[in-house]
Design a protein around this ligand. Structure first.
Ligand code: TNX
Length: 511
């Protein structure tokens, strides 16, 4: 059936744009691709999608994605053909792990196999990219719905591939967060970190502390007073569920002991002098601090941690810890020694920005590296003592940085970041003294001081987010700017058809 030509590890020199779609057109690049000269599979009115058991919900999502543009019924059935067949392996293939998949495409059908539903979901994202870009249309289009023949064996390089949205500086309603989840899950991003609290706003309802959201859910940054709002606990649960259906795990962050002005406006007892500070809408950082000597601080922290842990099925709970410039260093370390272990008490793994690295309790935590330098001796020491590290170097992964100084939104304190810079580094060797074994993965944060509308968020995220996704998913051997820029250039047509407001970087030949 299949005539393998050559195994390529993504470095497939000749990219697809603007020619026909081939099996090596995918972003992020799969681990192994074997193109075939055999005839492609063609989706027609008689095609069925077959699945049983836990594979059915993934098959239903694939069918829902393919029906609008093809206009074909694509029923999900236990058996039949010609088929796109989704099947969970009876005996696990250890190479594939929890998120890998094997995809075999020939004229007679498409066979997608994985050990777990997450792997099937990843495989269906690959299948979508192998169809013509008209597949993105929401109404029937005329196209030759072929999937090129070949075999893909794929699995992620790192277990953690994250994106972060800042809901605090401007609140972004659940509908926008869901659109973002839809977009990032196409690139096999599997964690969405929500920065829920900061000086300008507190965006998650906490029982027993109602003023956090009635008073602290203020307008965010800027003078227009437009960034207000908060998530109820039901909103949050609904987002967790929506994300989980797309194999994205939500990581909640409440930032402390700094970045707490909004909480202190609502509850002045969280300051040392008991006096409420003024609400803030500017973008300065580093001026607020919880009062580390007061017991109410720890009652507050524990209430928040307990409730967020109960709302969050995922393993991680992020306690911030960054830029606490108005907390004394000894007080800071004492605070972290007390609150980081609370996360474990409520069944989660503590996670924090790299400043937590100096607290001894951080050796059991995940540390998010954000410096725009490659040196952090405290992070290296914590990693040597057992901490895991997520790489978010600001000068490579911060999606709020401008592309160039003409970008309408965004900041440039860590420099401007074009898509080639976002792509051109290696998470396993980036932070000096942090060995590859300590690297859990990568994350692309998007801070929203200057970004109110969802369109601006898309513009900052795309096309840099897929660059970070490829660093997290694809094997090091597949890292190849020439290949990536061609695959990305061809991908632009899909964003255009979906109405995604992306930045047409001049470094890419958009086809
Ligand atoms: C630094 S990086 C911050 C945030 C800002 C961001 C803007 C980090 C952990 N803290 O408070 O929003 O820069 O780029």
């Amino acid at each position: 059936l299949l005539l393998p030509l050559a195994v390529t590890t993504g470095s497939a020199a000749s990219g697809p744009a603007p020619g026909p779609i081939t099996v090596d057109s995918v972003v992020p690049a799969p681990a192994e691709v074997v193109p075939s000269r055999a005839a492609p599979f063609r989706i027609t009115a008689t095609t069925v999608i077959t699945a049983t058991g836990a594979a059915v919900p993934v098959a239903e999502q694939l069918a829902a994605a393919l029906r609008p543009a093809t206009g074909h019924p694509l029923p999900v059935r236990a058996a039949g053909g010609p088929a796109i067949e989704l099947r969970l392996n009876a005996a696990a293939d250890p190479w594939l792990g929890d998120e890998g998949y094997r995809l075999e495409i020939g004229a007679g059908g498409v066979a997608l196999r994985a050990n777990r539903p997450a792997g099937l979901f990843a495989g269906t994202q690959t299948v979508r990219q192998l169809l013509p870009p008209q597949i993105e249309a929401t109404s029937v289009r005329r196209a030759d719905w072929t999937v090129p023949a070949g075999v893909i064996r794929d699995r992620p390089r790192f277990p953690y591939r994250g994106a972060m949205l800042d809901l605090a500086r401007h609140f972004h309603p659940p509908a926008d967060v869901k659109r973002y989840i839809d977009e990032i899950s196409r690139f096999k991003i599997n964690y969405l970190h929500l920065h829920l609290t900061d000086d300008q706003g507190w965006r998650i309802e906490i029982d027993g502390w109602p003023r956090l959201t009635t008073v602290g859910g203020g307008p965010g940054t800027g003078v227009r007073g437009l960034g207000g709002g908060h998530l109820t606990q039901d909103d949050y649960r609904d987002l967790v569920r929506y994300a989980a259906e797309r194999y994205v795990t939500i990581v909640p962050e409440v930032d402390m002991p700094g970045h707490v002005n909004a909480a202190q406006v609502a509850y002045p007892e969280l300051t040392c002098d008991g006096v409420a500070p003024r609400p803030r809408t500017d973008i300065r950082v580093g001026y607020s601090s919880l009062c580390t000597g007061k017991e109410v601080t720890y009652r507050f922290a524990e209430d928040v941690i307990r409730q967020l842990a109960a709302l969050t099925p995922g393993p991680y709970l992020h306690l911030g810890g960054d830029e606490a410039h108005s907390t004394g260093h000894a007080d800071y370390l004492a605070f972290e020694q007390r609150v980081l272990p609370l996360v474990a008490r409520y069944g989660k793994i503590a996670y924090g920005w790299q400043e937590i690295a100096e607290a001894p309790a951080a050796t059991g935590a995940v540390i998010q590296y954000w410096a725009a330098t490659r040196d952090s001796p405290p992070v290296a020491a914590a990693a040597a003592a057992g901490a895991k590290v997520v790489l978010s170097p600001a000068d490579r992964t911060y999606l709020d940085m401008q592309y160039d100084l003409l970008t309408p939104g965004g900041l440039h304190w860590a420099g401007t970041i074009e898509v080639d810079a976002a792509y051109g580094w290696d998470p396993a060797t980036w932070a000096r003294g942090v060995p590859a074994e300590a690297v859990l993965g990568v994350e692309a944060p998007l801070w929203s001081e200057t970004l109110r509308d969802y369109g601006r968020i898309e513009f900052q995220a795309f096309p840099r987010l897929p660059a970070i996704a490829e660093l997290g998913w694809s094997p090091r051997a597949a890292h190849d700017w020439t290949s990536f820029r061609e695959r990305l250039g061809a991908y632009g047509r899909r964003w255009t058809r979906r109405g995604v407001h992306f930045y047409r970087s001049p470094r890419i030949r958009w086809s």
